[in-house]
Design a protein around this ligand. Structure first.
Ligand code: C2E
Ligand code: MG
Ligand code: MG
Length: 680
């Protein structure tokens, strides 16, 4: 993608954040080229187990959390967008939390296209409100969420029941040979046949995915289930065969709806794997749990007890921008699970933190890194190391001594060490923290605030903490040359740091364009793949201690570059925002704060309020059908900069609507962005 076409989406995400405040749903943007998914800020609260740092992650990380059986459906739906077969998608699928609990979610979204007409971005939402999707539109059968609910109800009683699932063998061939329409008719016919055959029993029929059905049968025994299976097979024997899986409701195993459904899927899978066209009853031994958190936790514990076996440290170079020389390295922990291989820190560090194992491991990291630093200082006397410190570590009553003793053991001075703490909600006891920091500072140790700009960090909070370094998170550095918002944030932080005698380290520098902008802004330190990835001890030593591998990167014409960037952003930001707002289900209106002139109304709002054109109109004319500023406008005047949340009667819709307002910048003017919710 050309740089000029690409605009970092933090501004739009800010909008999605605002929408998420009004909704139980999470919003997201998938940047197709980047293969990344950006979430609204409620993602951590709603789905903490996704462990999404800074609201953005690779699409593959989300896929890891999708229940294995649903990944194909998920891929198929997204592929339809990629192949331009559809510009919208709607999927109901399962995600699995850390306790292996299954959560059903529905996601729908819409594609946006680049200049060449190729999909470049998908705007969507994740919702657990599956109410309106309870019935399959084609066959009229119930869907999986309903099945889970029914099975859960059953588990609360002491009922006698079986769940029978049947999948058409080779449905694809039928579709290819006889056409889709024939295939669809077949599905409808199958559901009707299920209904007829199971008539004798209290039952419900479900379509569980494209070519699989299930029926919950009450007051039936095993032979009754076999009869039903055989009966259905017989009726379709000239058209197709079926694989079948069945599970009995048993209060020991199928303790809840989800487990019951999982069991029937396992039985059906087994039938398909072993030659299709037969019925399998669920066997407990088939139940293989996915690699669980508990297992990882056990392995971590074991590794610690074996002298931190399977743990290792990586080192990533930090560069002094002024002289483009090596300043030092950030120490990054790695874990090589005996079964799973390399586990990303974003997965195992939270487990260490939750179980306080991080304290033991953290001390090991500190001691090992200091020892290494001592060795490297023999060649590079002013070499520095930065070690990450978790909040759980900071909470240890003897943390001051742990750090000081680790240095003393090696006869190292504090000036070699920077401790990185992440600004989090927990870091609120400034008095206590500052007293810890000041003890360390007496010995020359420096304190850095990691991941600045994300989570709970703010300039205001920062001023209360006595720190030496601000480490700006990589999400603000990525594509900084295309984002006014990021540019200004970094600029402000650097100014503040300069005034407060702090240094700034920018992490995640990956491209020369990013470096060009950063050279202009001039933070003290840079870190990122452009200079070097995190390397093993040996590799780091080879590259940076025994030779000097840092590329000399001087960018010319920075001013010209910046001018064109800034101009470009002003030109297209609103245009891009309109595209995003147009893909939302919410009613959105942007109007001038003082004159009430409408700048923009999104498609949903146009449709719901029956508006054809909004140019030259006032918001109260269009949304309230009034000839003078309405109650809401007046309220706005009174409260100026405050956000407004108001319930108001709407003349056009003849019902009460809820309106939430926010001030935004629109083509350089202050504007009101209104989200209008209409009760169902
Ligand atoms: P962090 O402290 O913010 O570390 C920087 C992360 O950004 C590292 O990820 C690093 O590999 C990655 N990174 C650096 N430059 C680039 C770049 O140019 N592009 C991209 N895409 N990524 C870059 P890593 O190693 O996966 O570590 C993730 C997080 O795990 C760390 O974030 C830190 O919060 C935590 N962590 C790692 N080691 C330790 C440790 O020893 N103790 C504690 N408490 N936390 C640790
Ligand atoms: Mg760090
Ligand atoms: Mg960081």
């Amino acid at each position: 993608m050309k740089k000029a076409e690409y605009k970092k989406n933090s501004y739009y995400l800010e909008m999605l954040d605002f929408f998420s405040e009004n909704s139980d749903d999470c919003f997201f943007i998938i940047e197709i080229e980047e293969n990344k998914i950006y979430f609204s800020k409620n993602i951590d609260k709603k789905y903490p187990f996704l462990n999404i740092r800074h609201k953005v992650c690779e699409l593959s990380l989300i896929k890891q959390k999708i229940y294995a059986r649903d990944i194909e459906t998920f891929d198929n739906e997204l592929n339809k967008i990629m192949k331009k077969e559809s510009d919208v998608y709607d999927i109901t699928f399962r995600i699995v939390n850390n306790n292996n609990k299954i959560i059903w979610v529905n996601s729908h979204g819409k594609a946006q296209y680049d200049k060449n007409g190729n999909p470049c971005r998908i705007i969507g939402r994740l919702s657990e409100k599956l109410g309106k999707y309870r019935v399959d539109a084609l066959t009229g059968a119930f869907n999986v969420p309903q099945l889970i609910d029914d099975a859960s109800e059953l588990c609360k009683t002491n009922g006698v029941a079986y769940l029978l699932a049947m999948g058409i063998d080779d449905m694809k061939h039928i579709n290819i040979k006889d056409g889709r329409e024939y295939g669809n008719n077949l599905l409808v016919k199958i559901v009707k046949t299920f209904e007829n055959v199971a008539r004798k029993y209290e039952h419900r029929v479900y379509r569980i995915n494209g070519d699989c059905f299930a029926v919950m049968l009450h007051n039936i025994d095993k032979s009754g289930v076999e009869k039903i299976y055989n009966n259905i097979c017989k009726k379709f024997k000239h058209i197709c065969s079926f694989s079948g899986g069945a599970v009995e409701y048993n209060s020991n195993i199928t303790t809840d709806g989800n487990t019951m459904y999982q069991c029937v899927e396992i039985a059906l899978d087994e039938a398909k794997k072993h030659g299709k066209s037969h019925l399998r009853f669920f066997k407990e031994k088939d139940y293989k749990n996915k690699i669980s958190i508990v297992e990882l936790q056990d392995n971590l514990k074991h590794s610690i007890s074996q002298g931190f076996k399977d743990f290792s440290l990586n080192y990533q170079p930090q560069i002094d921008l002024k002289n483009q020389k090596l300043y030092g390295a950030e120490v990054l922990l790695r874990y090589d699970d005996p079964k799973r291989g390399n586990v990303p820190p974003t997965e195992f560090i939270p487990i260490l933190e939750q179980t306080d194992m991080i304290c033991e491991v953290g001390t090991w990291v500190l001691k090992t890194a200091i020892k290494q630093c001592k060795i490297w200082r023999e060649k590079i006397p002013d070499f520095h190391i930065s070690v990450n410190l978790s909040y759980s570590q900071l909470k240890q009553p003897n943390i001051v001594d742990i750090v000081l003793n680790s240095l003393e053991e090696q006869g190292m001075k504090g000036e070699a060490l920077t401790l990185e703490v992440t600004e989090s909600m927990e870091l609120h006891d400034y008095h206590k923290l500052n007293s810890i920091f000041s003890r360390w500072k007496q010995e020359g140790i420096e304190i850095s605030v990691d991941d600045f700009g994300t989570g709970y960090s703010s300039l205001n909070r920062l001023q209360k903490l006595d720190v030496d370094e601000i480490k700006i998170d990589r999400c603000f550095i990525t594509e900084i040359q295309n984002s006014m918002y990021n540019y200004q944030l970094v600029n402000n932080v650097i100014t503040l740091a300069d005034n407060g005698n702090m240094r700034v380290c920018c992490e995640g520098v990956e491209t020369e364009d990013e470096l060009a902008v950063l050279q202009k802004l001039a933070p003290k330190l840079l870190q990122g793949y452009l200079f070097g990835k995190p390397y093993s001890t040996e590799e780091f030593e080879k590259r940076y201690i025994n030779s000097n591998e840092i590329p000399r990167l001087i960018c010319e014409n920075i001013d010209n570059k910046l001018d064109s960037i800034i101009h470009d952003i002003h030109k297209t930001r609103e245009q891009q925002l309109e595209e995003i707002l147009d893909s939302l289900d919410e009613c959105i209106c942007v109007s001038d704060m003082k004159t009430y002139d409408v700048y923009y109304i999104n498609k949903t709002c146009l449709k719901i309020f029956g508006i054809e054109k909004y140019d030259g109109k006032k918001c109260y004319q269009l949304l309230q059908r009034k000839n003078a500023p309405c109650e809401l406008c007046k309220k706005w005047d009174l409260q100026e900069n405050k956000q407004i949340y108001l319930n108001i009667y709407n003349e056009y819709l003849k019902t009460n609507i809820t309106v939430k307002d926010k001030i935004i910048d629109w083509n350089g003017k202050k504007a009101r962005l209104q989200i209008i919710s209409i009760p169902e």
